[in-house]
Design a protein around this ligand. Structure first.
Ligand code: ZN
Length: 161
């Protein structure tokens, strides 16, 4: 069996940035299972995995535009500290949750703390980064009917949704 549409694929992976810093990895959590061919993982990674068999190694370098997008300057903005609420003590690198006018909650990263204001960045933390994936195919199986109708993989422990 090979990696192709409608297979549930398990991968062990490490994700690094251009400097070799580890951004994410499956180690510890166990392999990541996903349903192939349904856009559940980023495109460039999915195409690097297609056609592989269990035990195969893979490597994929994903440009920002094919990953989490380019950094969008318009998502960097400054707000007065008073808007954060009195209980928030902003520090560089802290992730806060803001509520957009539409009601959507978005995570923003504090990039700068000034005397009376803070600079926030609403870009995804992996935006603007070239992503270097490497790993091995840990398992491939046929998707179940439920998984196909839900368009995602279900874990070994079942699910409740
Ligand atoms: Zn489901």
């Amino acid at each position: 069996m090979q990696v192709e549409k409608d297979r549930v694929v398990a991968i062990e992976y490490i994700l690094k940035d251009d400097e070799g810093k580890v951004l994410d990895q499956s180690g510890g959590r166990g392999p990541l299972e996903y349903l192939h061919g349904h856009g559940n993982i980023i495109d460039g990674l999915e195409s690097a995995l297609a056609g592989k068999v269990v035990g195969d190694a893979f490597e994929a370098t994903i440009e920002p535009k094919d990953g989490y997008g380019e950094l969008d300057e318009t998502r960097v903005f400054e707000v007065p500290k008073s808007e954060l609420g009195p209980q928030v003590k902003p520090q560089k690198g802290m992730v806060l949750t803001m509520t957009a006018p539409s009601g959507t909650r978005i995570p923003v990263t504090v990039v700068k703390v000034k005397l009376d204001s803070v600079v926030l960045d609403g870009n995804h933390q992996l935006a603007g980064k070239r992503l270097h994936f490497s790993g091995t195919i840990a398992g491939i199986r046929k998707a179940t009917k439920d998984e196909l109708s839900h368009r995602h993989a279900h874990g070994a422990h079942g699910h409740s949704h």
